[in-house]
Design a protein around this ligand. Structure first.
Ligand code: ZN
Length: 155
């Protein structure tokens, strides 16, 4: 299957935004991409180029029941956060096993040796955010600005 041929080619650009339809969660397993040395990988979809991210990479991911990453990996510069939104599975980080499920959020240092699997009977869905370690200078409400403009919506 080609990368997102059917359901996720809708992008809308405004002056200060890009909006992208990635498909329903039930369609996430249909995403696929080519990874050099690995071939076609199913259930992984990177968003940086889709929406023009400049400070992080985000992927939306699905692992089928019984599926697992066939390798460990680390990173050079970037920390990662794994946000599990459906299903159950396990992560192994530096040999330590973590049970994960909907609602589990796991941050990993760049040099943490990581792999993970779906040892359940339903799809494991998760979002991965990857960003440069120690790059964040201000955040949350500390970065927000509230101009003097009343909120109104068309009827
Ligand atoms: Zn990674």
């Amino acid at each position: 299957m080609s990368d997102c041929a059917t359901h996720c080619n809708k992008t809308r650009n405004g002056t200060h935004f890009t909006a992208y339809e990635s498909g329903a969660r039930s369609d996430w397993p249909d995403h696929s991409l080519e990874i050099p040395g690995l071939g076609e990988v199913h259930g992984k979809h990177f968003l940086k180029d889709r929406v023009g991210l400049t400070g992080c990479e985000i992927s939306i991911n699905s692992l089928p029941p019984g599926g697992g990453m066939p390798f460990h990996h680390t990173h050079q510069q970037n920390e990662e956060v794994y946000i599990f939104i459906q299903g159950k599975g396990q992560m192994q980080i530096d040999g330590e096993i973590l049970d994960v499920q909907e609602g589990s959020i796991v941050r990993i240092n760049p040099n943490g040796l990581r792999t993970w699997r779906n040892n359940s009977h339903e799809p494991l869905l998760y979002i991965v955010v990857q960003m440069r370690e120690n790059s964040l200078k201000q955040y949350g409400f500390g970065d927000g600005v509230v101009p003097e403009k009343a909120v109104s919506w068309p009827d």
